[in-house]
Ligand binder design. Structure first.
Ligand SMILES: [Fe+2]
Ligand SMILES: [Fe+2]
Length: 265
């Protein structure tokens, strides 16, 4: 085999090219949620193209780019840039025990929501007081955030009081069957289904917030309160998307599969 200098099968360049070809060949058959589950850093790429990797994560790149009228090649190029860059904090959530994942979601993402909501409401209220008369979108943003976080309060309680404790039990007690019945004898799959519907409702509210805030870009004349409010909203949105992705695409489907397996044995 004639291997030109710099293109030997052992050179770095060759490995990189091969990886890119392999990645591009395979990635088109994967759903967006599968891509994000393999490497969470890709979530930022989908976010930057306005592609929902959580509730619409079942789509492939070509389906999502058709819907968003974006060039799929551009998305692929960005994905390659991200996955070939040195890894920062990257956890293999897909292979975590379910109880550990439930604890992680509760301690990190649920706690973040509870900590940030009063602060963001305060900043939005101040921004509306100062700029609300000439910026009608601010009032809409404040109302949407209120709706989202009122709904989230009930949603988190359902998860923490009913669904997560059941998930911890099935993942730590391999012999018990028919464990996943809620207090009203509602199958866990039904409870999870309602939680997933609520995730979709949340995603719709946040899609609207992204539009109203022009993707969290305050105008040039914005005061610091206005800027901080937008920065806090963006941080909240990023955390909520990751949180819902972990539940919707990893924790809940694995819990349902484990429950089915137990009841069949
Ligand atoms: Fe949650
Ligand atoms: Fe949830």
């Amino acid at each position: 085999m004639d291997c030109k200098e710099g293109h030997s099968p052992f050179s770095l360049q060759f490995k990189e090219d091969y990886f890119i070809l392999f990645y591009m060949e395979n990635i088109s058959s994967l759903s967006i949620s599968e891509i994000v589950s393999k490497d969470y850093r890709t979530a930022l790429v989908f976010r930057s193209f306005g592609i929902d990797f959580c509730c619409k994560g079942h789509e492939t790149i070509s389906e999502a780019s058709r819907r968003k009228k974006t060039d799929p090649q551009l998305i692929l190029e960005k994905l390659i840039e991200v996955v070939t860059s040195p890894a920062e904090e990257s956890f293999d959530f897909k292979n975590w025990p379910l109880s550990l994942l439930a604890n992680y979601i509760e301690n990190k993402h649920h706690a973040m929501i509870r900590e940030r909501v009063p602060l963001i409401r305060k900043f939005l209220k101040r921004a509306v007081n100062v700029h609300g008369s000439h910026e009608p979108n601010l009032k809409k943003i404040k109302a949407s955030f209120q709706d989202s976080t009122d709904n989230l309060q009930k949603h988190l309680e359902q998860e923490e009081l009913i669904v997560f404790p059941f998930i911890r039990k099935i993942s730590s007690d391999p012999d018990r069957k028919n464990l996943l019945l809620g207090p009203s004898f509602q199958p866990i799959s039904e409870l999870i289904y309602y939680l997933m519907v609520e995730h979709e409702e949340e995603e719709a509210i946040w899609e609207e917030i992204r539009k109203l805030t022009h993707n969290y870009s305050p105008p040039d004349y914005a005061c610091n309160t206005y800027k901080v409010a937008f920065a806090l909203l963006e941080e909240f949105d990023v955390s909520l998307q990751k949180h819902m992705h972990l539940e919707r695409n990893i924790l809940f489907p694995q819990a349902i599969a484990l429950n089915l397996e137990k009841n069949l044995n």
